[in-house]
Design a protein around this ligand. Structure first.
Ligand code: PMT
Length: 223
């Protein structure tokens, strides 16, 4: 029926922020709570999908029926995503992956010495970009968290990372983005803006996004 529009589909969702170690007691991370990605995983189950959720550290409990894979760093997340790529039909990348990680992870706690300390960072691999380059049958949805020129940056990411859809998230807006229970998003495809949603719960955003994906996946399969 209408409610189970992802029946028989295998959905892979990433959520949360990655943790990039500096030394045994320190790390770099970001404000992602996992709420957006967990809501997508939960709604996908409700719509009949078999769901794998690859998540950075999060305080949230695992939605029922979801297979959770916990990871720490961007490198860990990359490995887990690539291992599940072939079996997935729909991939939704809501995670806030660190763009950079410490060049060296100190085995010992770094000692306080001079008045300043420079931490060298190196680029992490872009997981979504790799997925976009490798995809065959998969429908791929990326996110774009921006604080300025949302349309332009979201379209640039969609094209560069070869996504079928991208969720533009102006995180400078009230009630949008990291940590809260609501979001304000715009969906884009190759041709531009598809839909702009007013502020609503992350659960409702998740539902609308998955409905749109289900429509497009069925069209592509000729159903
Ligand atoms: O978790 P919440 O507290 O609910 O917050 C939700 C959210 C703000 C994290 C979410 O709505 C969101 O916008 N997620 C994407 C955050 C992000 O890192 O966006 P980005 O514009 O930096 O990355 C673009 C896309 O590339 C994302 O799909 C990201 O998962 C992916 N990426 C980025 C860098 C990288 N090295 N690898 C990636 O796969």
């Amino acid at each position: 029926g209408e409610a189970r529009r992802l029946e028989g589909q295998r959905v892979l969702v990433t959520a949360g922020g990655t943790v990039e170690r500096i030394d045994p007691v320190r790390y770099i991370t970001n404000d992602s709570s996992g709420k957006m990605g967990y809501a997508i995983a939960e709604e996908a189950v409700r719509m009949g999908a078999k769901v794998t959720l690859i998540s950075g550290p999060s305080a949230l409990s695992v939605p029922e029926g979801v297979q959770l894979i916990q990871v720490q760093s961007a490198l860990d997340m990359r490995e887990a995503v690539l291992a599940h790529l072939d079996e997935s039909n729909l991939i939704v990348k809501a995670a806030a992956v660190a763009d950079y990680r410490p060049a060296v992870v100190s085995e010992q706690k770094i000692k306080k010495k001079s008045d300043s300390l420079t931490l060298e960072l190196i680029k992490n691999p872009d997981i979504l970009q790799e997925v976009g380059a490798l995809k065959k049958h998969q429908f791929v949805i990326g996110f774009a968290a921006e604080t300025e020129r949302l349309d332009e940056h979201a379209m640039d990411k969609l094209n560069r990372k070869n996504c079928d859809l991208i969720v533009g998230n102006d995180v400078s807006q009230e009630g949008a983005g990291f940590s809260g229970d609501t979001n304000v998003v715009r969906f884009y495809d190759r041709n531009g803006l598809v839909e702009a949603l007013p502020i609503q719960s992350k659960k409702d955003v998740a539902r609308r996004l998955l409905e749109l994906a289900a429509d497009r996946m069925h069209t592509a399969a000729g159903k």
